[in-house]
Design a protein. Sequence first.
Length: 408
Amino acid sequence: MNLRELVRLAFSRLESARLRAALTMLGVIIGVASVVALVGVGEGATSGITNRLQGLGTNLLTINPGSSVSGFTRGAAGSANTLTIADATALSSISGVAAVEPEISTQKLVVAGTQNTTTTVTGTTPDYPDVRAFTLWQGSFLNQAAVDHGLRVAVLGATTADDLGLGARDVGSQILIGGIPFQVVGILQPKGSTGPFSQDDQILIPITTMQRQFVAGQGGTADAVRSVGVSVASAANMEQAKTQIQLALEQRHGIASGGTDDFTIADQSQLLQTVNSVTGLLTILLAGIASISLIVGGIGIMNIMLVSVRERTREIGIRKAVGARGRDILLQFLVEALTLSILGGLIGIVVGITVSIGIAQLAGWSFVFNPLTIVAAVGFSLFVGIVFGVWPARQAARLDPIEALRFE
């Protein structure tokens, strides 16, 4: 009996017991769909986070106050004030550094006409768009004159502008930030990020204006900054620039060689490696948990095949009596088990991809299709069919034809 005939017999058998076949495949469908969906969601999340990190800036180094101990950032006494605008200015003269921008941030209520929103207000310098990879949509960015004179001008992120109902025609209009009037001079192009840490939900003002209006009056240190962003001219010089920055800051802060720095320097590659490592482990863990349902589905296939062997004992006896070999019976039942598992696997793949697309749309990240996941799902389905179909098939093949014919 050739393979084509065996497959035809398997489908005719499934056709005669549709409900039982569907219920048997259900476990495999759920298992494969879970694995495909979870792997797809994990890869989509990784891709989304990676794109957001890459969108933070070009060849970006971020310097934060506080020492790093055993991989954790720890603020020592006074560590919140260890970085200053003067530090940022000094770093701009280092060879290989393309642009430097210090930042001070706070949360403020912003009002435009009858609309209002609470958002992040960041005090910075004209180099911000170069360091953070932003482009203008309308108007102009903060200039050096605005920083030098502490002007009350503001550049809006795309989301903030939408929340306030402001568009291109509103450049030059007035808004209130924390009750203080500011003139809108520009609106940024959206980066597409969402959530509580969206880069599009912010307002940028001159850092000197931030110091004067929102820091000095609240007991803060006027020259201290929250972080310093540095754009390195070439990706090949990242490590060299990082070392030079570290030496320059240690010298400015009076830190001896080998001492504990009161600042940390992070680059995108470190963040990407950490994110990829964590999300990769989570994806494997979730896929492993989902695989348990595949085992359950395989047990269901084995159970139904054992029942089928018992129901078809006389049929097996007749086949053997007319010349069918044990190998033919073995292949017949094994092909039936494989047909159940493969059909369940294919349906599960379609369901899993559909679920992945739906979750990706709801979460706001792109759907990532990995053909290897599909290959693995089909392979796993075959594996389940073989492993859990062999025993019932061997049981059928070993039946004695005389005893099988006597079976009632």
